[in-house]
Design a protein around this ligand. Sequence first.
Ligand SMILES: *[C@@H]1O[C@H](CO)[C@@H](O)[C@H](O)[C@H]1NC(C)=O
Ligand SMILES: *[C@@H]1O[C@H](CO)[C@@H](O)[C@H](O)[C@H]1NC(C)=O
Ligand SMILES: *[C@@H]1O[C@H](CO)[C@@H](O)[C@H](O)[C@H]1NC(C)=O
Ligand SMILES: *[C@@H]1O[C@H](CO)[C@@H](O)[C@H](O)[C@H]1NC(C)=O
Ligand SMILES: *[C@@H]1O[C@H](CO)[C@@H](O)[C@H](O)[C@H]1NC(C)=O
Length: 796
Amino acid sequence: MRSFQTSTSPKFPSFLTVFFLFLSTSYAHNFLLRGSSLSVEDDSDILVSPDKTFSCGFYGMGQNAYWFSIWFTNSKDRTVVWMANRDRPANGRGSRVSLRGDGAMVLYDVDGSIIWETNTTSTDARMAELLDTGNLVIKGPGGEILWQSFDSPTDTLLPNQLFTKSTKLIARLHGGSYASGYFNFFFDNDNVLRLKYDGPDISSIYWPIPYLKMFENGRTNYNGSRIAVYDEMGHFVSSDWFQFIASDMGLLRIRRRLTMDHDGNLRLYSLNNDTGLWVISWEALTQLCTVHGVCGRNAICVNTPEPKCSCPPGYEITEPGNWNKGCKPLFNETLFQSQQVKFVELPHVDYFGFDLNFIESISLDSCMKLCVGDYRCKAFNYKLTGERRCYTKSELFNGYQSPSFEGKIYLKLPVTVETSQLAILNGTDPICQSDELETMIGSPSMYNINTKRMRWVYLYSFASAIGFIELLFVVSGWWFLFRKHGVPALVEDGYQVLSNRFRRFTYAELKKATNNFKEELGRGGSGTVYKGILTDERVVAVKRLENMYQGEDVFWAEVSTIGKINHMNLVRMWGFCSEGKHRLLVYELMENQSLDKHLFSPKFLEWKDRFEVALGTAKGLAYLHQECLEWIIHCDVKPGNILLDSEFEPKIADFGLAKLSQRGSDSSVFSRIRGTKGYMAPEWATNLPITAKVDVYSYGVVILELVKGIPLSNWGIEGGEEHESDLTRFVRMVKSKIQCGEDSWIEEIVDPRLNGQFSRNQATTIVQLGISCVEEDRNKRPTMDLAIQALLECQD
Ligand SMILES: *[C@@H]1O[C@H](CO)[C@@H](O)[C@H](O)[C@H]1NC(C)=O
Ligand SMILES: *[C@@H]1O[C@H](CO)[C@@H](O)[C@H](O)[C@H]1NC(C)=O
Ligand SMILES: *[C@@H]1O[C@H](CO)[C@@H](O)[C@H](O)[C@H]1NC(C)=O
Ligand SMILES: *[C@@H]1O[C@H](CO)[C@@H](O)[C@H](O)[C@H]1NC(C)=O
Ligand SMILES: *[C@@H]1O[C@H](CO)[C@@H](O)[C@H](O)[C@H]1NC(C)=O
């Protein structure tokens, strides 16, 4: 008895260790038993495949969009390979996935509604299991597979996953979204693997080369089995004879994925074990301009060599920043009926498809007459040499400029449209803003030039087609990794490579940098901002978040939001610290502080700067509201949150505080009122849903203050009798002056300190814009895009 005790007691600690080890790793199961669930709120509620390659659980973006997904555990950006509910994200609170008692795997939203479910109801399903292949399977009692995620891929095919007549890869809508987009990879009805743009306007096949015969493309349509697959070595075979091998073929144990990318290209990627980055080892198209629909209706894609979109003469972009909508004519197309038309030559350009007519051996003159005589003809393609072919076009889609095209497009325009004969196609990036890519990887002031960086840049120029968005996602994907407690060493290293200057700081570092939080720069609702100097001598603003940031989740929400964002009119974040109860953010420091310090003080801004502030702020907000990212509402736009750099270019701060609201949804209700009195839209006080129009309202107040030079956001001053705000009184006064036809009303409004040194035209535009922004009825307020347009029209 005694000897038994002595022999066991030394083992007790090791038993404890084992027990705690078991506890700490207990979440890393690879199965979910019938009757159990995974919850969206618990970060550790995930399944991990036995060899840890894949993880499965809720994948979040922003604060309130979650997808039940499978992703690569160790890839740097946690690359998603499968999603159950890509078009209908679940709420970040209360959502769960259950293997229900009746055998079905069900994804419930917070209100109990079913977002997604498997077809295994009333089966004898025992458990769901995540396999090493990346396949999530539901198994019966004998281990038979009742359902598998491999049967319903989203945009990615994994090694050994069968691609069949009932599967399809559908690309993401854009880099900032997981929703289904327009590019598809599928077996066509004639048994051939194809890539197709299936957009709202048109649908068009672009791979294999559409104008070649089947055998010229190396395909057959005689084998009806419609099956394709690739192995771990990187060898892809299909029943239509299509096959390829990866450039790094043969290296066993490389993780691979074949993805239908949102730019319309199909690519095979290999995971680099050391960096966690993906390297392209095969791609379907070498020239992205051959992707149909990439630039939208009427637009022309130019390889420079990365693809850029342009509008032809006489056309302009339909929706700035969104090439999906293409270009719209600057003239009325009914004018074509009058036949008062001219033609503009676009050398080396073609629009694919939509031919009204095709005639061989015809003169240029006759081809032109053919187009003039047909009001449906918008252009024609003609080649002087060779067969002298004439194609007249009823629609201008899939426009493409390439030096190897010998033909020209002769674009039909009404004679009244003024154009220069020489058309220059200056493109912009089809995937949102091209200039961002340059600032991110091209500017040595932001990233140290060293070999690591060069390698990184190389990787990205290699994958340039993925472009800026993907890059953002590599950066932002980081935040998801960091949500887990403890950062794997390899990952931390990779992160340093990724962006030398954007990192996680220790509390001690920031304490030292700010000299124990000595120099206070400002104080806001969310915390106090201190000046700091980092060890590399960069001067930064360190924001110490205070009590309202109790939860780690709220903190991460802000960080993941800000981490994604890079726009010249938005304050840039360099890093963060999350240690114990400390939550700090490190921002670039704005030399000229905030707008209110300039506007409402003796050192007032000149007119030119005021106009640029109005325009830049509008651009920043428009970016937050709709471009690239999810829809982000700022909720606290005011002069104190508009910072000025050394050139007085405005940069909006504090945008991390607002919740993300799902793009396109109108029903986001905020639980708590945010904002600053005087700048807050009336709907905060009512039960109306909060939309981006609350920012438009606040913006309106700010630009009216810009013109007037004094605060209009004060409430019911003087004796308390009058509860009308300065703003209401001001708007009423301006409206009545305009109505009475007073000529000099604008001079009376503009800040007298300017001594008449301002542009009357610009001031009038800003006042009118401001007044429409502060409309009670939010539907009458313009969008930020419209505000930009109005300002651009009167820019010098
Ligand atoms: C569910 O659907 C898949 C694909 O359609 C099918 O293979 C499988 O047998 C179905 N499972 C059950 C239990 O009906
Ligand atoms: C059709 O393709 C499948 C898969 O590649 C192959 O196994 C089969 O033999 C082919 N059938 C014919 C008739 O060639
Ligand atoms: C990558 O990592 C896996 C697992 O750690 C290993 O088995 C494999 O050999 C590595 N591959 C390469 C190419 O280094
Ligand atoms: C084009 O002109 C026709 C007739 O002049 C008119 O009916 C039509 O509304 C115009 N369309 C646009 C878009 O301006
Ligand atoms: C197009 O680019 C050329 C050269 O970069 C430039 O000179 C020209 O002004 C640009 N045109 C437009 C319309 O932006």
